[in-house]
Design a binder for this molecule. Structure first.
Ligand SMILES: [Zn+2]
Length: 535
């Protein structure tokens, strides 16, 4: 349906609230791209080389035409007075699992911006207005007991306030349902506790049943759109997806999907012109070291796929977040000239990864291939030196749900060593890694990186915290390198017009308000994709 911009904007003001969080629009809903958009009277943090803060931008044909304190506004220009609001470049999450989140069964409902159980219930109740009677409201993956002041997930009695079956499976904190859900699961032979807890392997079986019965092309597309719109409401304009564990058939695993078909809902949205954010796709591989012939999936990928193929909305990338073929796999990737990424969960793992890359690099230079190691909880300066010497980069984040071991000494840092890295020449960028084992909400992640506190208030970073300016830079301009695109990540003349107008000054508000930051207006390639009555 094509609406004029006036109709579109008119409907925005009075439209029903989506996810209780303002209105969100797919890019396809907007028409009249011919008009320029001027934003004036803002505090616009450009994240350019000089970290300039300006008051005005003019957007034309999807790009920043002018950036400064007095942009030309002649011709057919729509001007929006931001009345002092803070603006940042659209956030780039350089490694998460948005494609998994976009394939969740049921009416997936992200809840990463609420911090009490009553608020979560209110969101679920608001969501039920959009969900036909009897159909499941689900939150699968990026939610945690730790995010709630109550330090637990909602229970059956609380979830019964929602007049739909509800199913929550959390990255941390377990699995819950309500009475309507309990009835359905029990009819499938799944055990549900009186308080709505689904424990042990029954949790995976519950998810498996939902996947088998509720997933189809349409419902997946709905989940994909919901996910992209939700994160646009938090200011994310570009996602780089790190893949999933391969399962041909529906699986009980939260992190499992069919990695050969799971991008289809996003491709469908793209074909319809409805992508509200950019998606960059990496390919995860896990070939058995004893496979014969060797590298059965990776070698076919390298022969038959295209890296960096697509357009500004949807594009393929490299191999990751697992290369999955040991040194042989790395050698094949280097030979093919592709990007490669592996994650590291501890010092031993990252030490081996750097050693393996040195082995390959001695034969085939990886200097210009932008190879990446992500997570790196422990990463001494010696490893940073060696990785940097090979032209590699590191992605950091992955923090708010991590907890200190019981016997941790005062000042313990669980890593990564953010402060050390900021002073090191190695390429570094921000990633959440959220979607299955943690949350994507960038502001909650930024909160941990800047305060050192996890979501239950433990200091987990020692002396390795960053400033807000530094973390915002990591999540915008610094991530250009990791997605290999120079024309997003900063608000500069000629760049693609991706930005978020925030509901508060994220550089000035107290810490507890900082983590609650949201976008009131998100623009991607000059198109309004999220708008809470600003334009
Ligand atoms: Zn990951």
């Amino acid at each position: 349906m094509a609406l004029s911009r006036r109709q579109f904007l008119g409907s925005a003001a009075g439209a029903a609230v989506t996810l209780g969080s303002g209105t969100s629009f797919a890019q396809g809903a907007q028409a009249d791209d011919a008009r320029d958009l001027a934003l004036i009277n803002g505090k616009i943090h450009t994240m350019d080389r000089d970290k300039r803060v300006v008051s005005q931008v003019l957007i034309r044909n999807g790009r920043f035409f002018a950036v400064g304190n007095s942009v030309p506004r002649t011709g057919n220009v729509r001007t929006v007075n931001l009345m002092g609001k803070t603006v940042i470049p659209g956030i780039i999450d350089a490694h998460n699992h948005i494609v998994l989140v976009g394939n969740r069964p049921g009416w997936h409902t992200p809840l990463e911006h609420v911090f009490t159980i009553p608020d979560a219930i209110a969101q679920l109740k608001a969501r039920s207005a959009q969900v036909p009677a009897g159909e499941f409201i689900t939150t699968v993956g990026p939610i945690a007991a730790m995010q709630f002041e109550e330090r637990r997930l909602p229970n059956l009695m609380e979830l019964d306030a929602v007049d739909r079956p509800v199913f929550i499976i959390a990255a941390q904190g377990g699995t819950r349902t309500n009475s309507q859900g309990k009835k359905w699961f029990e009819s499938k032979g799944i055990m549900v506790g009186a308080d709505g807890t689904i424990a042990g392997n029954q949790s995976g079986q519950a998810l498996l049943n939902l996947r088998k019965e509720l997933l189809n092309a349409e419902s997946r597309k709905r989940s994909a759109l919901t996910a992209l719109q939700y994160y646009a409401s938090l200011g994310i304009t570009t996602h780089r997806d790190g893949g999933a564990f391969q399962s041909d058939e529906p699986s009980p695993g939260v992190a499992n999907e069919n990695t050969y078909t799971m991008h289809n809902p996003f491709i469908a949205l793209h074909n319809e012109g409805k992508m509200p954010a950019r998606l960059r796709i990496d390919f995860l591989h896990q070939d058995s070291p004893t496979a014969n012939p060797p590298l059965p999936t990776l070698s076919q990928r390298l022969r038959n796929s295209f890296p960096f193929f697509g357009d500004e909305w949807l594009k393929t990338g490299g191999i990751g977040e697992f290369t999955g073929g040991g040194v042989e796999g790395l050698r094949a990737i280097a030979k093919a000239g592709w990007r490669a990424e592996d994650h590291a969960l501890n010092l031993a793992m990252v030490t081996n990864e750097i050693k393996d890359r040195e082995t390959v690099n001695a034969e085939i230079s990886i200097k210009n291939l932008r190879w990446i190691v992500s997570h790196i909880p422990d990463f001494p300066v010696d490893l940073a030196n060696r990785a940097d010497a090979m032209g590699m980069g590191v992605l950091v984040g992955w923090g708010p749900l991590r907890t200190l071991p019981a016997n941790a000494a005062a000042g313990t840092s669980l890593g990564p060593p953010y402060r050390m890295l900021m002073g090191h020449p190695i390429h570094k960028g921000y990633h959440s890694d959220g979607g299955d084992i943690t949350i994507i909400n960038p502001w909650v992640n930024f909160y941990t990186i800047t305060t050192g506190k996890n979501l239950i208030g433990q200091q987990i970073l020692g002396d390795q915290t960053l400033t807000r300016q530094e973390v915002l830079w990591l999540a915008t301009a610094a991530n250009k390198w990791f997605i290999e695109e120079d024309d997003i990540g900063s608000i500069e003349q000629g760049n693609r017009a991706d930005l978020a107008v925030l509901d508060r000054d994220c550089f000035a508000v107290p810490d507890e308000d900082f983590k609650r930051t949201r976008s009131v207006l998100t623009v991607v390639g000059g198109k309004v994709v999220h708008n809470v009555g600003v334009v």
